[in-house]
Design a protein around this ligand. Sequence first.
Ligand code: GAP
Length: 438
Amino acid sequence: MPTQDLMDKLVSLSKRRGYIFQSSEIYGGTGSVWDYGPLGVELKRNIKERWWASMVHRRDDIEGLDAAILMNPRVWEASGHVDGFTDPLIECTNCHRRFRADLPEVAEGQCPSCGKKDAFTEPRMFNLMFKTFMGPVEDSSATVYIRPETAQGIFVNFLNVQGSARQKVPFGIAQIGKAFRNEITPGNFIFRTREFEQAEMQFFVKPGEDDEWFARWMDVRMQWHKDLGIREEKLRFHKHGPDELAHYAKDAHDIEYEFPFGWKEFEGIHNRTDFDLARHQEYSGKRLEYIDAPTNERFIPYVIETSMGVDRTTLVVLADAYREEDVEGETRVLMALSPEIAPVKAAVFPLVKKDGMPELARKIQSDLRSAAINSFYDQSGAIGRRYRRQDEVGTPWCITVDGESLEKGTVTIRDRDTLEQVRISMDQIVTWIQEQLS
Ligand code: GAP
């Protein structure tokens, strides 16, 4: 399928079916900011909950944190963001659109918007952090930044978490939260936006043990994406060359996905050394050393960071799941989402709108609701059309109440991917679904 076709189809399906809407759409939208609708919020929550379960609940060496978005402005001086979190910005003197100078087409001298050649201004460095004022006085002493990464909230809480949770190095701190960047050239739907979510984990290790932990975390994170059901041939690592490494990183590998618009990063794994803790120690004047218990050895830990973009992972999941199949001469659009993260787990249909079938179907839906299994009731239109509507949003199972249900208390459950149907007793539906999800 041509690249633009797939992206257009994803954007259109997302809007039509309630996955993702343009922010403030009735006012003409706002630049590269998106809202998650009823299905989108479920999908994104499921991805985040899966991440939290694997990083925090299933491990005893990682603690959770929810730090504030607004922080003391000195944090961003220490981290290097005030001076260094910049992109080179140029403007086309013909159409006055602005671009990042390092975009390939711009580097060739041609304006991507009006096509004019060699009409760019000299590049100037543009800081990507949003600023606002804290308190009623709008002057430079009241300037605060809206965090461009969640990581710094973890670094400044390193000793709070370590001491209160009585953790010993090596251990990690995980957090999911919003981050904001005033991107010059956002785009590709939810790929590059100005407001987004990150799921980040900082793992504090003894210097000298960092390379080994880096390799371990590369394996763990790649496996996590495979377990999410992402096709393996669409995933790869990209090692940063010396000119790509961030100012804080000794080593960095991106996990990339082959999007319709090419191979792109959606998670970064970085060896941040002791850069951040050492800088916060210097700027705050507070000791941020760890004292190793048996030897009383003092050191500033090294940090291995895993930083996943939640919105980009959502786009990976949607792009990877989108299929079009020919079924008996008709195109079936299918979101082959892993059932674990599918927004709706089961749809319940009465075969016809009479003979007590709707009441029975409603009762099944009420049982699913009581078990906190997200479900959808639909009695309108031909059964085939109802199946197609659920295929398009990725619902793994459709439960149909028919004549036999009334006589024998059984229903059919149709599988989204194989189209096969099984017949089971009504009172086993909840257990059956729970077993498939476990
Ligand atoms: N703490 C390290 C850090 O922030 P990064 O590579 O700048 O590293 C990590 O960002 C991840 O955050 C990226 O892999 C991407 O998934 C996500 N991300 C970064 N900027 C983004 C943007 N403008 N829109 C959506 N996601 C973004």
